[in-house]
Design a binder for this molecule. Structure first.
Ligand code: ACO
Length: 369
């Protein structure tokens, strides 16, 4: 048997793809040929949906057709809401999201059609409904009044509105849209890999996305953004950041929001962009000290461990200042990543080979019964 064991599949090429690539040497995240960070500065999240699912940036007419198609699919089956309302109050919001997405499958008429066209239509339906589940699962579980989507708002503006119940200001809408872009797609993280592994059995796109949610919940992955905010709130002031991080490092704890399997000792370009977005957002809300706390934490980690912040480190304070409840940080990440996962599932179904790796067996042999 050929093949060498690589713990965590580190540096193993698992798939061919036309979707995205982390070019660490040139500090570029390539998205269908474009630089993700340049896109985040000049395009909208709707453009990214088009780029990932239609494989090109949209014309103005294509963008408005896409927006129209998304809005046409807004709305959740009453039974899906009812399922959420019956979940125990202590349910984690990622588990509620996983349940909500999973329960859509019975309502999906094209569930078993894996053609590119059907997968595209299902992706649009998921992109229309996932933000509504994210925004309303907490309210449903707590039996609070739900917030309905508003067709007069942009796609991402409506998402933020459904979460906070407030109309976003211009700067809030812009920063939130940028955050969705930088979270939209990132090559082969654990959650995308999980989706491709599931899709490779010819399983459906909703099942693959459901698996992705389970993966993204973990704190070594998407769950880190919530942990970062809890750490910043624990520190509470600029003076307390350094002692808190040093005490955690002394106890050999991981500092959430730092390090990355691919970037590791290099900057994550997405974190750099979110840091740039955080500064004016914090100033606009008289919360400059939150920005300063983050910068202090970044400097301490660079000095102590040579580690750079990842996207979750700067997305966390951005979401906090946007008024997003901490429990929804990771669900928002998943909603933004839904388009990337859908693009990968489509690609997997179009050119499939079942994932079925082998093991290095270290157990005993020849035991007698
Ligand atoms: N805090 C402290 N030390 C760290 C951290 C961290 N955040 N990250 C890595 N290290 C250290 C490890 O202790 C290890 O040190 P050692 O060699 O002295 O034992 C070394 O760096 C290598 O770490 P590994 O765990 O082998 O690296 P791996 O590639 O498996 O980890 C990971 C990547 C999981 C992201 C890691 O950096 C981590 O746990 N970070 C915190 C969680 C986090 O922020 N996750 C978000 C990821 S990005 C995203 O999902 C958008």
């Amino acid at each position: 048997m050929s093949g060498q064991f690589q713990p965590g599949l580190e540096n193993v090429i698992a798939s061919e793809t036309d979707i995205s690539f982390l070019d660490v040497d040139h500090e570029e995240i390539v998205l269908r040929g474009y630089d993700l960070i340049k896109l985040a500065k000049s395009a909208s999240y709707l453009d990214i949906i088009s780029l990932l699912l239609d494989c090109h940036l949209p014309s103005e007419a294509e963008r408005s057709t896409l927006e129209h198609n998304l809005k046409n699919e807004y709305g959740l089956p009453q039974n899906v809401i009812s399922i959420l309302q019956h979940l125990p109050k202590k349910t984690h919001m990622m588990d509620a999201l996983r349940t909500g997405i999973s329960s859509l499958s019975g309502y999906e008429e094209e569930l078993d059609d894996r053609s590119k066209q059907a997968n595209y239509r299902k992706s649009i339906r998921l992109l229309a409904k996932v933000p509504q589940i994210v925004a309303n699962s907490y309210r449903a579980i707590m039996n609070l009044e739900l917030v309905e989507p508003r067709n007069d708002l942009t796609y991402s503006g409506n998402f933020l509105y459904m979460i906070t119940g407030q109309l976003p200001t211009e700067i809030e809408a812009k920063v939130f849209d940028q955050s969705l872009i930088v979270y939209s797609e990132h090559e082969m993280p654990n959650s995308t890999f999980a989706a491709r592994v599931i899709a490779s059995t010819q399983a459906d796109i909703i099942g693959a996305l459901t698996g992705s949610v389970a993966s993204l919940k973990g704190t070594l992955h998407g769950g880190a953004n919530e942990a970062v905010m809890k750490m910043l709130l624990e520190a509470d002031s600029e003076d307390e950041v350094e002692p808190l991080i040093l005490s955690k490092l002394l106890r050999k704890e991981r500092i959430m929001g730092f390090g990355h399997r691919v970037y590791m000792k290099k900057p994550d370009p997405r974190a750099v962009l979110m840091k740039e977005a955080l500064e004016p957002l914090a100033a606009s809300k008289n919360q400059k000290s939150l920005y300063n706390m983050c910068v202090i934490g970044e400097e301490v980690m660079k000095r102590e461990k040579g580690l750079y912040p990842n996207l979750d480190y700067y997305a966390a304070p951005v979401y906090y200042l946007l008024g997003i409840p901490i429990d929804l940080f990771t669900p928002v990440f998943l909603a933004a990543r839904t388009v990337g996962v859908c693009a990968h599932v489509m690609e997997q179904h179009e050119n499939n080979r079942l994932f079925r790796p082998r093991v290095q067996y270290n157990g005993p042999r020849g035991l007698q019964i």
